[in-house]
Ligand binder design. Structure first.
Ligand code: NAX
Length: 340
């Protein structure tokens, strides 16, 4: 067993997703059964007691891999030497808040946190942003950590959307989720995202589109199901969960964040997955935007790489472009605030 623990920082450690995350990380679900961890929980003063209470519970689990838990409201302490930073705490949209206000409030959180990461994190830190608006928060954090930390160490979570898409397909095709490969979420983690199944395959490499046509009674029926049921359901699943459960997605969000970091660190193994990473101009997305792409990781320390060369038909291109336009508008809004 490696003796030097990996430092993992969770912001919003007193919140719901933080609570669902930390026990699984401490149990080894994220970095594997032979990597001890040191957890750092960052909160604002109002959230400190909840985070401290969670830390007491962590101790009561007596996890063999958990070396230490620190709870702090100081970003420089929280990110000191951190290898994996999971930025979950964010400012939620309050009633009557305009999108510009939301972006500004969150820039006020993710700017200083990015700066602190640049100042004190491990030089090879990986950062995943969960707190919404996740893509643009990641953009702000990456810009604020520069030039100390390369922007490609920052990503935002669209794995929950990806997993939601896989779950929907598995149900309609009556297969298990692990039989479905190469689903892609393109664009922003928002209602404009484009969940794309046109490259998705089953274990025998047969096309999911063909399987849907067979199951649903032809190509036209499959196309209608994708447009009218699948895409809106995946993109609107967060709202559906709130309506049914009375509270936003928590365990599934934490699970997706764990999947995201685990695959990035240890390798994604099967085909492609989805993550929002810093664009280098792939698929015509403006450089620097944090956009969801098909990605893969070899687990060799180089992080996620975008899989290039996938083809779009006109309708798919239009959906993807609409989501990228939204990312551009968000970037321009934070630029106008003088943040970038
Ligand atoms: P909670 O309100 O339960 O927890 C958030 C915690 O963050 C609170 O304890 C709060 O005190 C803390 N916090 C606020 N500002 C902070 C700061 N500057 N530094 C450190 N901590 C701070 O929300 P929760 O349900 O945990 O959701 C967290 C975020 O995840 C929200 O922004 C939510 O919108 C976002 N989500 C993102 C998803 C994704 O797929 N990317 C899906 C789930 C979720 O909606």
């Amino acid at each position: 067993m490696a003796s030097e623990p990996t430092t993992v920082t969770i912001t919003g450690g007193g919140g719901q997703i933080g609570y669902a995350l930390m026990f699984r990380i401490a149990a080894g679900d994220m970095l594997g059964p032979d990597r001890p961890v040191r957890l750092r929980l960052l909160e604002i003063p109002q959230g400190m007691r909840a985070a401290e209470g969670a830390a007491l519970e962590l101790q009561d689990c007596a996890f063999p891999l958990l070396r230490e838990v620190d709870v702090t409201d100081d970003p420089l302490t929280a990110f000191n030497g951190t290898r994996i930073a999971m930025l979950v705490g964010a400012r939620p949209r309050a009633a009557g808040m305009e999108r510009g206000d939301l972006l500004a409030a969150n820039a006020g959180i993710f700017g200083p946190q990015g700066k602190a990461i640049g100042a004190v994190a491990d030089g090879d830190v990986r950062v995943v942003v969960v707190g919404n608006p996740a893509n643009t928060n990641a953009l702000v954090a990456a810009a604020s950590a520069a030039p100390d930390i390369p922007a490609d160490r920052f990503s935002a979570l669209t794995r929950l959307d990806h997993n939601r898409a896989v779950g929907q397909l598995a149900e309609v095709l009556d297969v298990t989720p692990d039989e479905i490969a190469d689903v892609v979420i393109w664009g922003n983690h928002s209602a404009t995202q484009f969940p794309d199944v046109s490259h998705a395959i089953l274990p025998d490499a047969s096309s999911i589109l063909d399987a849907l046509a067979e199951r649903l009674g032809g190509e036209a029926a499959a196309a209608a199901w994708l447009d009218d049921v699948f895409i809106p359901r995946v993109a609107g699943r967060g709202a559906e969960i709130i309506e049914v459960r009375g509270s936003s997605s928590v365990a599934s969000a934490a699970n997706a964040a764990i999947d995201h970091v685990r695959d990035e660190q240890l390798g994604s193994h099967r085909g492609m997955t989805s993550a929002a990473v810093v664009s280098r101009g792939e698929y015509g997305v403006p450089e620097g935007l944090v956009c969801s792409f098909p990605v893969t990781s070899r687990g060799d320390g180089h992080g996620y790489r975008v899989i290039e060369g996938l083809r779009f038909d006109d309708r798919a291109r239009a959906r993807f472009s609409a989501s990228v336009d939204e990312l551009v508008a968000e970037r321009d809004a934070v630029r106008a605030l003088g943040v970038l």
